[in-house]
Design a protein around this ligand. Structure first.
Ligand code: ZN
Ligand code: ZN
Length: 339
């Protein structure tokens, strides 16, 4: 009998389709893996030596051990084809225009690309712990920088790995977008956690953490700062959330001491997926509160990793209910073993 499960933090339902249950092997890719890429591609705009093909960097970390091949280890540049653009004048960036019942506003915001390594052939799963930590530190620092701009209501950090996850460039990179509105996706999460807090007086994510640590079956791995788990109502096979143990609603408060712990955990989880599923396509998103909700007691930031192993089809689009063919407890067990 399939089960409908609801996530208390998002109020989203998933169908855990045990009848169509799949094994990790059913998803393993046997085509080209990242290792077969060259570590340098002369036509890649993100490779060292091609820095002039991208806009001027807004941030970069220099590599003390770099030879002639590269002088940086992480580089952040404005996206050449931004989804939202930084305003250039004084204009009112919050102004909405009513067109009868329709609403329109200028597409101001920010769109940056984090080039995670000079090495074209790598991915976060194959970088060193220190390198991934540097990427996490860059996320935190850019988050804080963009959060200062009055036109950014919300900062979204995300990574698209592989063609199936929507990436157009293979060179390892993630992206950061600042939006001038609070998107519905986060609004719904804020509402759900607010209602939970109103009813029970506690943060739903803190409660999930407490429960899952005791329950154990859905925990993938943990360290002193973070816990990685497959959520009870996982929307997709092998979905993993990395939750900070310390309650905080905004990613911007990630402390210097927590950065290496998150770097270590992010790499560990992605490595497990890489081994178990054969370098799968995935998206991850840092779910953080918008600017004006930075101190909320009811919301709790986290990293949501969604492997792209199945395709969202008509039912998912029509209902918002995902059909997940891997039981979250099984996914967690397999990921634990892949450590
Ligand atoms: Zn490259
Ligand atoms: Zn919390």
């Amino acid at each position: 009998m399939p089960k409908l499960r609801q996530d208390p933090a998002t109020r989203l339902w998933s169908i855990i389709a045990t009848e169509r249950r799949k094994r990790p092997d059913d998803f393993v890719r046997h085509d080209e893996a990242a290792e077969s890429l060259p570590s340098y591609d002369e036509n890649c705009p993100f490779c060292p030596g091609n820095e002039s093909k991208t806009p001027e960097p807004v941030f970069s970390v220099s590599d003390p051990e770099a030879g002639a091949a590269g002088k940086w280890s992480v580089r952040v540049v404005p996206n050449k084809f931004p989804a939202l653009v930084r305003p250039d004048g004084e204009g009112d960036t919050t102004r909405r225009v009513r067109k009868c019942m329709y609403l329109e506003m200028d597409g101001t915001g920010e769109h940056e690309v984090v080039i995670e390594t000079p090495d074209h052939s790598k991915t976060l799963a194959t970088l060193s712990e220190d390198e991934v930590t540097m990427v996490v530190r860059t996320y935190r620092d850019r988050f804080l920088a963009l959060d200062k701009s009055p036109w950014n209501q919300m900062i979204i950090i995300f990574r698209n790995q592989g063609e199936g996850a929507g990436t157009s460039l293979v060179h390892p990179h993630s992206q950061i977008i600042g939006t001038p509105v609070v998107p519905e996706e986060i609004r719904r999460r804020l509402d759900a956690s607010q209602r939970y807090y109103d009813d029970l007086g506690t943060c739903v994510y803190c409660d999930i953490l407490d429960y899952e640590i005791k329950e154990k079956t859905r925990v993938v791995c943990s360290n002193s700062g973070f816990v990685a788990l497959c959520p009870f109502a996982s929307a997709v096979p092998f979905e993993v959330w990395i939750l900070p143990r310390r309650h905080a609603s905004s990613f911007g408060v990630l402390s210097d001491g927590e950065i290496p712990l998150l770097g270590k955990m992010l790499r560990d989880v992605l490595q497990r997926m890489y081994r178990l599923l054969g370098n799968p396509d995935y998206n991850y998103v840092v779910r953080s509160a918008p600017h004006h909700s930075a101190g909320e007691p009811h919301f709790h930031w986290y990293v949501e990793i969604l492997p792209r192993l199945t395709t969202r089809a008509g039912f998912e689009i029509g209902s918002g209910i995902n059909i997940n063919v891997v039981v979250p407890e099984d996914a967690a067990e397999q990921l634990r073993k892949a450590g």
